[in-house]
Design a protein around this ligand. Sequence first.
Ligand code: UDP
Length: 235
Amino acid sequence: MTDSILYEGKSKYICAGKDEYSLVIHYKDTATAFNGEKKEELSGKGRLNAAISNLIYKFLEKNGIETHLINVIDNTSILVKKAEIVQVEVIVRNTAAGSFSKKYGVDEGTALSNPTIEFSLKSDELGDPMINASHITAVGIASCSELDEMARQSLIINELLSGLFIKAGISLIDFKLEFGRYDGRLILCDEISPDSCRLWDTGTEEKLDKDRFRRDLGNVLEGYREVLRRLESVC
Ligand code: UDP
């Protein structure tokens, strides 16, 4: 694709789609962490994340979750519905890890009695701070009913994906979702991949996700390849 770039993010860039209702998303090989402070090119990451996210999105669509995915174009590009992205990230956790462990002093790997949901403001400038529901409605980022709908869908997605991953011998520790407004509905947007989830081998608790990059654990893409291989065997 040689279309001009409408928007370039840290791990993807976006071009015009086939009409005013669609866009083309291209996955890049760039890996970033800590709000872009750590950055590296990992050859093949774009292809792996695209393949993993596409499998997951097709699985979710089959199970009644509407997503932005229209069709796969090639190894690193997809055609998607052009939605207006809600400017919050929804983070769902099943097991304590990362910022949750740090903030609340709960050991990494501690199972949580119920899934938790939190929102972060989508702002690189501000470092994606956590934001609560009353803040979100107060400043007009989303309405109460939109927040309820995002939380409702996020918990269903958590159930569906936890079940899918467990069949692949992977524990879904936590993950981040984004939603967009499309034709009066809220639909799932962005990617679901080892960049946006914590995925641990269920037996050994080996990390198969971006923490390999964040924490310099090595062999980053081997983890991603393993996730794809296992998902392919259960999808
Ligand atoms: N996450 C993400 N994008 C973000 C922040 C978090 O995809 O901008 C994902 C992250 O990969 C993890 C989950 O959301 O699977 C929870 O991340 P956490 O809040 O623990 O932050 P981190 O420790 O990654 O800074």
